[in-house]
Design a protein around this ligand. Structure first.
Ligand SMILES: Cc1ncc(C[n+]2csc(CCOP(=O)(O)OP(=O)(O)O)c2C)c(N)n1
Length: 631
């Protein structure tokens, strides 16, 4: 039996002989590569955190000493060490193991996340709770150098540093990367701490002599640390963490379990707030992930474990956006692009290559990105902020007050809008239509296919008197659907004679609506199918059309409350139009992970379910013949 197989929980990790740890680490890496190659998931971040997680579980007593992983994408090793190895066969599959920490899965997962830069605040709160309840438990927060660029971390550090008697150990897992290399002054500061040439040279010498890294507390460690500190103070006079009032230990080799155990144990004994700075290599131990400058193996789909390559992908929404924004950039020198640490995933790499001076990676800082965009717009530019729909939630107030109140021309490009599925509840882009609809003056474009994405992208960036948004889902482009007519800004996709039902389909739900229309036709119900192209503003011809049908059915890949359908319903009511309106949309609840199609089927957002619902509704209206009413 392998070592990994023998581990059923953290107690087993603690009893493994130190000499056996490298073997355990190797088994974990082999296991992770094989498992993630089959299911897809986060690879590079986990391969880099193997020793760090082993060391954490050897020192701290989870779950009474909570270990909170920031973002949670690097918690696979933690899952393996807390008895969830078998679940990896169904990682991110319906009913299987979640791709992030999950409270339902284990008492060792205190929080379930995926949105970055929260761990330190959770840890601060837990430490306060322990203190109020008279307990002394240490709380550990593990945060990457990427996540540390998020503002919440600094709000939390400000609090954590204030209480000298609350035991919070902040472990910085510094691999110099987010997806791409981590940007900004903080990243440079960490680099300075980690790569002082004289210190590095001395460390190498000491390692040669000792045959290992010196341990915290040993004279050689202290000598080296003192030397580094002296040099560091010259290079970075502010001594960032220590000036904040936080004890700083490091940098520690984040692949040396003994060194980390010693540092963690010391931090724990200290009993107050401590930063332990561990330097790791993302993807360590698996060539394709280690030498992965573009970070393809940060979070791949299924891939070939020999080459590290995924199957070639057909043109996607993201790649189509990527091509078009480069074209637009050529004609519009005022267009600038902003990403919150996701240059490649949001399709901005080509734009950055073509116009490096007009591309800004702001770190994992969505709120800052939006207000900074407002500033750029004030300065005469047209910023395009490209972000996953789910992460826009972070920046609602900035969008509302800093952009919209000032009527600034900022465009929000929302990738991964709608049900994304396998990344679980927090990754679904099901809130954007609701929050965007609340913003006065916001114009929201919803393309149904690649042609409409290109067309509407030109239209949104042409708006110069207020904010615009364009949303599209994850994955491959759907088949193109041509319109048969255009009324105002609306595309008519199908028009039956004497239509009773008006199907209003937002974005890619156009294809679903056409299938619904066909099913209705099979039941003798005539319909009109339109794609409004814009969720807001509502084209004046839409209420008129609604008034001439007996039932309006809206179909959208977004949350029900305040979504496109709800917004249209209230617009109709405001105009005194009382045509009944039904909304096919995502119910306002957190959706378990699974394939997109499985999730859509579960919530009834399929042509079959919608058609059944419409047939019943039409029968209820009593407007059609008896055959339909009783069918
Ligand atoms: C609010 C938010 N924005 C963006 C992301 C997307 N994201 C996931 S992991 C990641 C990089 C994290 O970098 P780091 O914390 O250094 O961890 P590493 O993957 O390098 O181990 C980003 C940007 C996110 N999870 N949350």
């Amino acid at each position: 039996m392998g070592l990994l197989e023998s581990i059923t929980g953290p107690d087993d990790v603690k009893t493994i002989d130190a000499a056996q740890i490298p073997k355990l680490a190797e088994e974990i890496r082999d296991f992770l590569v094989a498992a993630v190659a089959k299911t897809g998931g986060h690879l590079g971040p986990n391969l880099g955190a193997v020793e760090l997680t082993i060391a954490l579980h050897r020192v701290f007593n989870s779950p009474s000493e909570p270990i909170v992983f920031d973002t949670g994408h690097q918690a696979y090793v933690h899952k393996l060490l807390t008895g969830r190895r078998a679940g990896f066969a169904q990682l991110r599959q319906r009913g299987g193991l979640s791709g992030y920490p999950s409270r339902a899965e284990s008492e060792h997962d205190w929080v379930e996340n995926s949105h970055a830069s929260t761990a330190l605040s959770y840890a601060d709160g837990m430490a306060k709770a322990f203190a109020v309840r008279g307990k002394k438990n240490t709380v550990v927060a593990v945060v990457g150098d990427g996540a540390l660029t998020g503002g919440m971390c600094w709000e939390a550090l400000n609090n954590i540093a204030a209480a000298k008697d609350r035991s919070v150990v902040v472990v910085v897992n510094d691999n110099g990367r987010s997806y791409s290399p981590t940007i900004g002054g903080l990243a440079e500061h960490l680099t300075t701490l980690r790569t002082n040439p004289r210190y590095e040279k001395a460390l190498e010498k000491v390692k040669e002599v000792l045959g290992r890294t010196p341990l915290v507390g040993e004279p050689l460690y202290d000598a080296l640390h003192g030397m580094k500190k002296g040099l560091k103070d010259v290079l970075t006079p502010q001594g960032l963490f220590e000036d904040l009032g936080l004890k700083y230990v490091g940098p520690i080799d984040g692949h040396d379990v003994a060194a980390m155990e010693s540092a963690f144990a010391r931090a724990r004994r200290f009993g107050g707030p401590v930063i332990v700075h561990c330097v790791t290599t993302k993807g360590l131990g698996y060539g394709p992930a280690e030498n992965d400058q573009l970070d393809h193996l940060h979070g791949p789909g299924a891939f070939d474990p020999v080459t590290g390559r995924e199957k070639p992908k057909p043109p996607s929404w993201t790649s189509t956006f990527s091509d078009e924004i480069v074209q637009i950039g050529a004609d519009r020198p005022d267009i600038v692009a902003i990403t919150a640490a996701m240059l490649h995933p949001v399709g901005l790499a080509a734009f950055a290559e073509a116009y490096p001076q007009r591309t800004f990676d702001v770190g994992i800082a969505e709120q800052h990105a939006v207000t900074s965009a407002a500033g750029m717009a004030m300065g005469g530019l047209h910023p395009v902020f490209c972000v996953y729909s789910t992460f826009l939630n972070r920046a609602f107030d900035q969008m509302l007050m800093d952009v919209a109140l000032h009527r600034l021309p900022v465009t929000f490009v929302l990738d991964r809008a709608g049900v994304t599925g396998d990344d679980g509840p927090s990754h679904n882009g099901m809130w954007d239509l609701s929050i965007l609809s609340l913003v006065p003056g916001m114009k929201i474009a919803v393309p149904r296919d690649g042609t409409r994405l290109r067309e509407l992208l030109h239209e949104v960036v042409a708006v110069d008197d207020g904010p615009t948004a364009i949303r599209f889902p994850k994955g491959a482009l759907p088949s193109e659907i041509d319109h048969i007519d255009r009324i105002g800004t609306l595309d008519v996709l199908r028009r039956d004679a004497s239509a009773d039902v008006l199907l209003v389909a937002y974005g890619p739900m156009g294809a679903v609506a056409l299938e619904v229309a066909q099913r209705l036709a099979d039941h003798g119900i005539a319909s009109t199918v339109i794609d409004p192209r814009w969720a807001l503003p509502i084209d004046p011809s839409l209420p008129t059309l609604a008034a001439s049908h007996s039932l309006v059915v809206t179909i959208e890949d977004g949350g029900r409350h305040g979504g496109a359908g709800a917004t249209l319903a209230s617009a109709l009511r405001d105009r005194g139009i009382d045509t009944p309106l039904r909304t096919a949309s995502i119910p306002q609840r957190f959706l378990d992970h699974g394939k997109r199609a499985e999730v859509l089927a579960e919530i009834g957002l399929t042509a079959q379910d919608i058609a059944r619902d419409v047939v019943e509704a039409v029968a209820g209206l009593g407007s059609l013949d008896a055959d339909v009413r009783t069918s």
